[in-house]
Write a protein that binds this ligand. Structure first.
Ligand code: EPZ
Length: 420
C-alpha cells in the first residue's frame, strides 16, 4: 500500500495539462470487441482502471500493446465473460456487456456489486437489453445474457444512466433495425464513444442529447481514436488552485464541458479566464459559500461534488451541498471533519460551515473522488497530512503527485507500512 504525504499552504502556480478521460477510454476500449482488426487509441490515461479493463479484454481474448498509443486487436475470443475478481475492482467492467451480446450473442458478467458510493445496480441496462430481445438469467452472482439476434427497440431510461446509455448504444449498433434511446445520458464521454463507433461504421445520431437514434448495421471495422480530455480532472485541478490561493493555467481540455462547474467556481469567488481549451484560475481575496446540487450533464457533475465540498469547507459563510445521483457519496465528510471541517450530513444534504483553515491530519481515502477531495484539503491545510489507501486515487488521476509538485505543491508518495 502507498500513501501521499502533503505539506499544506503552497499556492499552485504555473501551467498543467489534463490527461485523457478515464470515463471515455473505458467504453471505447470495450467497443473494440465489436470489430476484428487493429484499434488504435491515442491519449488513453495511465490509470489503474485502464489496466483493469486491459486485463478484462485480454481475459476475453484481445491482444493488447500499450506504448504511447493503446493498440487492441480482438480477432478471436477465449471467453464471453467478465469474472468476479475483475468486476469487483471496477464496476465499469459492465461495459463489456453490450459489445459481447452484440458480437457473440451472449455474455456472462459478474454482478458489479456495490461500492463505497452506493448500490450501483444494473437493472436499467438489463431491462433495455430484454426489450431488444435478450434473455436474462441471474445466477450465483452472475448475469447471463443471450440473444440469437438483438432487434432494435424504443428504450426509455426512467433514470439517466451513463454506462447504461453506453451499453445500449453498443448493443444497438449491431442489432437488427432501429433503436431509439430516450432520456439518454448526455455526458461528453457518451458522445466520444458514439463518435468512435461512427468511425467504425455505426449509424448513430443525437449523441449528446437526451434522444439517441441508432440504425443497426451488419458489421463494423476497427478505427483510430483520440480520447477526449478528462473534464473531472480539469475541474479538480481548478479547485486545487482555488483553495491554495494559486494562479494556475489548466490546459488541453474543452472548456465547454465544464460550464456549470466554472459558473459555480466563479460564484465562489475564483477568477477564471477561459479560452476554448484552457482555464486560467486565479484565487480571489477569499472564497464565498455557494450552494451546489449535483445533476446529470450538463449539470454540476457528481464526480466534482466531494472536491467542491472541500473548497466550501474554508469558504466565508455556510452552504448546502446536495448529492442527487448516488445514495452514499459523502464518505469524504468524516475524513474532512478530522481535518477540522464543520460539515453536517442529513441524507443527501451536507451543510458546510466554512472555517478559517483546515488542519493537516492522517486521513483515509474511501473512493476515487473522495480521495481527490482529501488531496485538495491537504494542499491547503496547516501542517502535514498523510492520505492512505491512495490506490483509490490512482484509479482516476494520472501521475497526480508529479502534476501537483510541478506547480508548487509539497507532495510525495511513500510506502505505507500501516496497511490498515
Ligand atoms: C458513470 O457511472 C461514471 N463511471 C461515474 O464515474 C459517474 O459518477 C456516474 O456515471 C454519474 O455521472 C463511468 O462512466 C465508468 P449511472 P455509472 O449509471 O454509469 C442509478 C468516477 O468517479 N442506476 O449514470 O455507473 C445509479 O445507482 C465514476 O469516475 C440504476 O438505478 O452511473 C445512480 O444512482 C464514479 N440502475 C444513477 O442511476 C441502473 O441500471 C446514475 O448512475 C444504472 C444506474
Amino acid at each position: 500500500m502507498e500513501k501521499l504525504i502533503i505539506k499544506g499552504g503552497k499556492p499552485l502556480e504555473g501551467e498543467v495539462e489534463v490527461s485523457g478521460a478515464k470515463n471515455a477510454a473505458l467504453p471505447i476500449m470495450a467497443s473494440s470487441l465489436m470489430a476484428d482488426g487493429l484499434h488504435v487509441l491515442e491519449g488513453v490515461p495511465n490509470l489503474r482502471d485502464i489496466k483493469t479493463m486491459i486485463s478484462l479484454l485480454e481475459h476475453i481474448g484481445s491482444k493488447i500493446s500499450w506504448a504511447g498509443d493503446l493498440k487492441i486487436t480482438t480477432d478471436n475470443y477465449n471467453a464471453d465473460e467478465a469474472p468476479y475478481d475483475l468486476v469487483k475492482t471496477m464496476r465499469a467492467s459492465i461495459l463489456v456487456l453490450g459489445p459481447l451480446v452484440a458480437r457473440l450473442k451472449k455474455a456472462k458478467i459478474s454482478l458489479p456489486g456495490g461500492c463505497a458510493i452506493g448500490a450501483r445496480p444494473i437493472d436499467l441496462h438489463l431491462k433495455a437489453l430484454e426489450a431488444m430481445g435478450a434473455k436474462i438469467e441471474l445466477r450465483e452472482g452472475y448475469v447471463k445474457v443471450s440473444a440469437p439476434k438483438l432487434h432494435g427497440a424504443n428504450i426509455t431510461f426512467d433514470k439517466i444512466t451513463v454506462t447504461g446509455t453506453e451499453n445500449i448504444i453498443m448493443a444497438a449498433v449491431l442489432a437488427e433495425g432501429k433503436t431509439i434511446i430516450s432520456n439518454a445520458a448526455r455526458e461528453p464521454e457518451v458522445t466520444d464513444l458514439a463518435c468512435h463507433l461512427v468511425n467504425m461504421g455505426a449509424k448513430i445520431s443525437g449523441a449528446g442529447t437526451d434522444k439517441i437514434t441508432i440504425e443497426g448495421v451488419a458489421n463494423l471495422r476497427p478505427a483510430k481514436h483520440k480520447i477526449i480530455p478528462d473534464r473531472i480532472e480539469a475541474g479538480t485541478l481548478m479547485m486545487a488552485a482555488g483553495i491554495t490561493g494559486g494562479n494556475l493555467k489548466i490546459k488541453n481540455f474543452p472548456v465547454e464541458m465544464l460550464q456549470t462547474a466554472i459558473l459555480k467556481l466563479s460564484e465562489a469567488g475564483l477568477h477564471i479566464e477561459t479560452g476554448d481549451t484552457y482555464a486560467h484560475v486565479k484565487a480571489g481575496p477569499g472564497l464565498k459559500a455557494t450552494n451546489v446540487t449535483t445533476a446529470p450533464y450538463p449539470g454540476f457533475a457528481t464526480d466534482l461534488q466531494a472536491q467542491f465540498m472541500t473548497l466550501m469547507s474554508v469558504a466565508e459563510g455556510t452552504c448546502i451541498v446536495t448529492e442527487t445521483i448516488f445514495e452514499n457519496r459523502f464518505m469524504h465528510v468524516p475524513e474532512l471533519q478530522r481535518m477540522g471541517a464543520d460539515i453536517r450530513v442529513d441524507g443527501g444534504f451536507a451543510v458546510v460551515k466554512g472555517i478559517k483553515r483546515l488542519r493537516g491530519a492522517p486521513v483515509m481515502a474511501t473512493d476515487l473522488r473522495a480521495s481527490a477531495s482529501l488531496v485538495i484539503a491537504a494542499l491547503s491545510a496547516k501542517g502535514t497530512s498523510e492520505i492512505r489507501r491512495i490506490y483509490h486515487l490512482d484509479r482516476g488521476y494520472e501521475a497526480i503527485e508529479q502534476k501537483l509538485s510541478s506547480v508548487g505543491a509539497d507532495i510525495v508518495r511513500a510506502p505505507d507500512g500501516d496497511a490498515r
